[in-house]
Design a protein around this ligand. Structure first.
Ligand SMILES: Nc1ncnc2c1ncn2[C@@H]1O[C@H](COP(=O)(O)OP(=O)(O)O)[C@@H](O)[C@H]1O
Ligand SMILES: Nc1ccn([C@@H]2O[C@H](COP(=O)(O)OP(=O)(O)O)[C@@H](O)[C@H]2O)c(=O)n1
Length: 675
């Protein structure tokens, strides 16, 4: 997760590989509610772990459901069997419409029939998202509902008991959001001693989502009879029965970003997307048809898609997007790469989502330089030729953040589109946590950029000056990768000495360096399958590293390995020759120093905190010896690059050094002067 104020994405070129999608949000929250209302236990496989599912889980727990996370990732939900365990609760539902609407309906009916008082609230934006049509339908049925802020909006208080009028059809509007109908369909089996009829007033929008609701109800034992999309009957005596196990499909709306990515940038081979396919329940899989119409080449299996670039530039479209409301936002960004203006129609529901999405898309697309027109329920986007760097505001809306990441593919993709190489800044990138917490990590796994376009910050300097610490801090703040180049020399020294090789034998050690089976994952290092994290950091290994690092053939052997770390969105590299030899074109070079006394003291503290005893005098002698060797060797000696900025951090805290580097970096970036 990128919990940082912004993420700068450099120009990207190609996409290749396989993406495994997280579970669908719509299916996850419906399954959780149904499992929570059922009798018995449901094993939920592939559940989405996101902000919206967390609020649903917290609510279910509050209402008395038992939740148990199995080691294999499966969640066991033991439902309340349609019987309230407690008579009051206050539920906070964040900005999750898929939790607020159905819980409102279910708790209103449970309070009416079994008595109780429940308060449902959310973040400020949730209190601006209308729920009046659902409240009206439930009140007409006899439920007691108070709007605690503005009439027609959360927060709500639901109380009972009260008599329900189930003889007449329950009428609900379907032309603003289909979630109101879904909420009623999910909840009314709670009171179906007699058949319950729901009638939709107005033309129902987003029918595919209602289709998902009906399919999932059927899996939980409730066969709703449907007459067109206007009238639904829940048979008398319907009861929620756990199906035992449920598998949540991959999120089809999330798939849209990768389908678009394939259409834009899977040039040599298709991009494979696993988790959705031709057998998916979700309407948003039909985004694939829209992408095909724009030129994507798509092959589909039951639960996978393979997408490749077809037409280029993409073909402009004019599309009624009512059937793919969420995924259609992705089309608005694809339209930048089309051969003419594209128009997305029938998207009025965008105005009442996480933010007013029509206004948001128009505003942000214009920042990139695009010409955009909007109407009450449509958006027209013209192709973009002259791109400009833009800082994209994301409105706490995961979909705005995800679809604008696709705007980083520009300029270099086709002959017609050559233009300036620009940076796309995504503000508040962590807002993707709502449905796809690892979206950016997943994206960066499958994209590649021209290395020259990938920004690099180098931090060189003597031992224990704080390079590694500072590199970690800065990389974390920017969402960049880290190269601890010293670890490569340490691993070479360790591997060579374990193999009984003379560390002064340059060629033999270089051969070890070339065959290094070294991997870094989640803060741990493995060498030939063995965890060597601690062994690498030992002082003795540092001395071996400095010995083998003096050989030019060893340095040559490790060069490509180091260059391979230069991947989007960027790199912070620490070592001795990062700015002078490995990344001479780095955008910022820092030469970090501190007095020998300070460094010996720091190293001492570091070792003591790890339970390793050492004397300050001994450490100082070692580090001075190492500095002397690093500076005096002929192969890439330790020295500041001509264009490096020097920083003596003897009297600085880590935070002060970090903030100074981030300031230097910001001054050199495309957003230093506010446009
Ligand atoms: N201003 C500072 N900047 C960086 N590190 C510092 C600072 N002050 C103290 N330290 C400490 O110095 C120790 C050595 O830092 P480290 O990053 O391992 O150095 P290097 O990678 O240069 O050998 C760490 O324990 C770190 O917490
Ligand atoms: N880019 C680099 C990084 C490390 N090294 C060598 O590897 C040794 C260990 O590096 P390191 O960065 O892990 O050491 P510390 O500064 O953390 O003590 C250094 O003393 C250098 O001799 C190098 O020559 N070039």
């Amino acid at each position: 997760m990128f919990k940082i104020p912004f993420l700068d994405i450099p120009p990207l070129q190609r996409a290749a590989g396989t993406v495994r999608l997280p579970g669908s949000k719509s299916i996850s929250n419906r399954v959780l509610l149904l499992a929570g209302l059922s009798e018995g236990q449901t094993a939920v496989h592939d559940l989405l772990d996101s902000d919206d599912t967390r609020v649903m889980l917290a609510s279910l727990r509050e209402l008395g459901c038992q939740l148990e996370q199995r080691e294999d990732g499966v969640l066991l939900v033991t439902g309340i069997g349609a019987q309230l365990k407690g008579s009051c609760a206050k539920l906070f539902l964040g900005n999750a419409g898929t939790a607020m609407r159905p819980l409102t309906a279910a708790l209103a009916l449970l309070a009416a029939t079994q008595g109780g008082e429940f308060e449902l609230s959310g973040v400020p934006r949730m209190h601006e998202r209308p729920i009046g049509d659902l409240v009206d339908a439930l009140r007409a049925l006899g439920c007691q509902i108070e709007c605690l802020g503005n009439e027609g909006y959360p927060p709500l208080r639901l109380s009972g008991p009260s008599a329900l009028k189930l003889n007449e059809p329950v009428r609900v509007r379907g032309d603003v959001s289909s979630q109101f109908l879904t909420a009623l369909l999910l909840a009314l089996p709670l009171v179906s001693a007699q058949p319950v009829v729901v009638e939709v007033v107005g033309e129902l929008i987003s029918k595919p989502y209602v289709h998902i609701t009906l399919e999932l109800l059927a899996r939980f034992g409730i066969q709703v009879q449907r007459e067109g999309w206007q009238r639904f009957t829940i048979p008398a005596g319907s009861r929620y029965r756990s199906p035992g196990a449920v598998h949540v499909e991959g999120d089809a709306s999330s798939a849209s970003y990768f389908i678009a990515l394939g259409a834009l940038a899977a040039i040599e081979q298709p991009l494979r997307i696993e988790g959705v396919g031709s057998a998916s329940l979700q309407g948003d899989v039909r985004f694939a048809e829209a992408a095909s119409a724009m030129g994507a080449r798509i092959e589909a299996g039951p639960n996978w898609l393979a997408v490749q670039r077809g037409a280029w530039p993409l073909k402009a479209i004019d599309l009624d997007c009512n059937h793919i409301p969420d995924a259609a936002m992705t089309l608005a960004v694809m339209a930048l790469y089309a051969d003419g203006p594209s128009t997305l129609r029938n998207i009025a529901s965008w105005r009442v989502k996480e933010t007013d999405r029509i206004a948001a898309m128009a505003t942000e697309l214009k920042k990139l330089g695009a010409q955009v027109e909007e109407g009450p329920d449509w958006l027209r986007v013209h192709p973009l030729r002259l791109w400009q760097s833009a800082s994209i505001h994301t409105y706490d809306d995961h979909r705005v953040a995800m679809c604008f990441s696709l705007a980083a593919f520009h300029g270099l993709l086709g002959k017609e589109l050559v233009g300036p190489r620009v940076t796309v800044r995504i503000e508040d990138p962590n807002c993707v946590a709502k449905t796809f917490p690892d979206y950016f990590e997943t994206l960066f796994e499958v994209v590649s950029a021209d290395p020259a376009d990938v920004p690099v910050i180098t931090i060189d300097g003597p031992t224990a000056s704080g390079k590694g610490t500072l590199a970690d801090e800065v990389a974390h703040e920017l969402g960049y990768w880290i190269l601890d180049s010293g670890a490569l020399y340490r691993a070479t020294g360790l591997a060579a000495s374990r193999a009984g090789i003379d560390l002064d034998d340059a060629q033999a050690v270089a051969a070890v360096a070339r065959g290094l089976d070294l991997h870094f994952r989640k803060g741990r290092a493995t060498l030939a399958g063995e965890d060597v994290t601690e062994a690498l950091r030992a002082e003795a290994t540092g001395l071996m590293a400095s010995q083998v690092a003096a050989h030019q053939p060893v340095r040559d052997a490790l060069q490509q390995l180091q260059l391979d770390f230069r991947r989007a969105p960027g790199l912070v590299a620490d070592g001795r020759d990062m700015g002078t030899a490995i990344f001479p074109d780095a955008g910022l070079k820092v030469f970090l120093t501190a007095s020998a006394a300070t460094r010996a003291e720091r190293r001492h503290k570091q070792l003591i905190s790890k339970g390793i005893s050492a004397s300050i005098e001994g450490l100082r002698a070692d580090l001075e010896a190492r500095d002397a060797r690093d500076k005096s060797r002929s192969a890439s000696p330790l020295k500041p690059a001509a264009d490096a900025l020097s920083l003596d951090n003897s009297a600085q805290t880590i935070e002060e050094s970090r903030d100074l580097l981030l300031r230097w970096w910001a001054e050199r970036g495309p957003f230093s002067v506010q446009r």
